[in-house]
Design a binder for this molecule. Structure first.
Ligand code: ZN
Length: 370
């Protein structure tokens, strides 16, 4: 066993340089025999917080008394294990990776199955909420969007991109293909940013929006249409929602009750269904103008979750440079850039498996998450 482990460690170390922040990286075990991988799976989130103990479970139909389970970690952290349960007990370094490996052996020490999971550690999770991915007037992808996407890929970060449903009903082919590539890229998550994205400001100061002062039916359909068209055209149903202009009313709060598949509501209001991602700090000030000094003033390094609202299509060269400075600033604080859905899964796992019941009623209420 010791020799096998050594090989894994060497493989892991040689891959170390390739480990980025958000990508699916090559699994050091992939060229080794896995036995019948299908019969073993690891249950647990893809994020762990440094200093937080977190249980993982092995699921198999095969496990009998005489069979033996072995867990180990390649990379950061340590585990203690007992049968089908392993607890990740220690991780000192944020924003790194480890592979959690689980093996199933017969009583004669013959490997039946092995499975592994890439897991990232974080101290502070940062969600880049990039709004308004729409085709430009010539049905092209704006160069500003391409620059943003290229940067996320090159730096191996994660970004959450807001899609407006009506542009996908009869999309220009290049737009659809570009979005499809984003949908299939592990660094990106596409979210529901409304169907019309109509924000009409009347002369009397009143605002007309699809999620403000509209009937239940109208709001329901606007939400549902975007869910449907994204599933039809991109093959993925969004798990997060953010209203255009973050404008909504009490009806929106009710409507979202009917969408259990939407897990996260950016800057929303608690309705007991979605997890609210709060707005605690601004990266852009004013809207569309990234500003490091404004951001740094409002930034709290102790916050567990930070959501940055961005409008990459509005950025000129200087704005983009300022955005890069904000990213570098966050990296100095060892922030980890995550997808909304993976952070949601982490919190849900914590709530279901770690926290005593009743001890964390504020979980769904937004505000500060610790
Ligand atoms: Zn918007």
């Amino acid at each position: 066993m010791r020799k096998k482990r050594l090989i894994f460690l060497i493989l892991a170390a040689s891959l170390g340089a390739l480990w980025g922040q958000c990508s699916r990286v090559a699994n050091p075990l992939q060229n080794l025999s896995h036995g019948d991988q299908g019969i073993v799976s690891i249950l647990g989130p893809s994020l762990t917080k440094t200093g937080q103990e977190l249980p993982f479970y092995l699921r198999t139909k095969r496990l009998a008394q005489k069979e033996r389970v072995q867990w180990y970690v390649i990379g950061e952290g340590e585990i203690v294990s007992s049968g089908s349960k392993a607890i990740w007990v220690r991780g000192l370094f944020p924003d790194t990776h480890f592979f959690l490996v689980c093996e199933l052996y017969t009583s004669n020490d013959v490997l039946i199955a092995r499975n592994s999971r890439l897991i990232r550690t974080f101290r502070q999770a940062v969600v880049l909420k990039a709004d308004d991915f729409i085709p430009d007037v010539n049905s092209h992808i704006a160069p500003q969007w391409k620059r943003f996407v290229r940067f996320i890929r090159e730096q191996n970060l994660c970004a959450n991109i807001g899609v407006v449903g009506r542009f996908l009903e009869h999309p220009p082919e290049n737009y659809r293909l570009y979005l499809l590539a984003l949908a299939r890229d592990a660094r990106f998550e596409l979210w529901n940013h409304g169907y019309y994205h109509s924000l009409i400001y009347g002369g009397d100061g009143r605002v007309f929006s699809e999620f403000f002062a509209r009937s239940y039916r109208f709001q329901y359909e606007a939400l549902e249409r975007t869910q449907r068209v994204m599933k039809e055209k991109l093959g993925t149903e969004p798990h997060a929602f953010g209203a255009p202009g973050n404008l909504f009313d009490h009806i929106t709060v009710q409507v979202l009750q009917s969408f259990p598949e939407i897990h996260v509501w950016f800057f929303g209001k608690n309705n007991g269904r979605q997890m609210i991602f709060p707005r605690t700090v601004e990266a852009e000030y004013p809207t569309g103008r990234p500003n490091l000094s404004v951001f740094a003033t409002g930034y709290d390094p102790e916050e567990e979750l930070v959501v940055l609202q961005l409008h990459p299509a509005m950025w000129d060269e200087k704005d983009f440079g300022e955005f890069v400075k904000i990213i570098r600033f966050l990296q100095k604080y060892q922030a980890t850039f995550v997808l909304a859905e993976e952070y949601y899964q982490y919190r849900k796992w914590i709530q279901q498996n770690v926290m005593p019941r009743d001890s964390h009623k504020d979980f769904w209420r937004g505000g500060r998450l610790h």
